[in-house]
Design a binder for this molecule. Sequence first.
Ligand SMILES: [Zn+2]
Length: 186
Amino acid sequence: MKKFLLFLFVLIVLDFSGNVVFAAYHVKINELYASMKKYDGKQIRIEGEVIGDIVYHRDGAWINVNDDVYSKRSIAEGNKPKGQNSGIGIWVSKEDAKKVKFKGDYFHKGDIVYVEGIFSSNCPKHNGDIDIHAKKFMVVKQGYEIDHDINLKLAMISMGFFIFAASGYSIRRFRITRPGYRRVKA
Ligand SMILES: [Zn+2]
């Protein structure tokens, strides 16, 4: 019975701590900007694509994360611009920053990361910046390179076929309509 009670107790504590973790607001970055007072100093969770360069400092690093429509399918992959392109600076440890392999740009889909941390609308450590100080930082989906050349290559191949077919056609046509062609030329 005692063991059973202990088991129950452990379950409750686990559940409790689980709830504490889930007490963080899972928000969209747009929402943070729209309700800065509501989230200021609060623990929040976001998920988005790493965009642009990572800037290293002595005691940490800046990572830009973007969770709008582009991060699901990059503009680089042909997504039409739509809505607000919203990103936010995440202050992470250097160790966490090194987890990022792909940063989103024209040639890359950036890593999708999960961030849990404290949102500041006026960060005292960083000259009043709007930022998130990450407590938990994970790569949930690795990015990849985007091959822009593929469409160009396909276009060139089909163009090549077209020229080949068209020239074959016009040569035959030329010979048929002018039977004396070879003799005259010789
Ligand atoms: Zn800060």
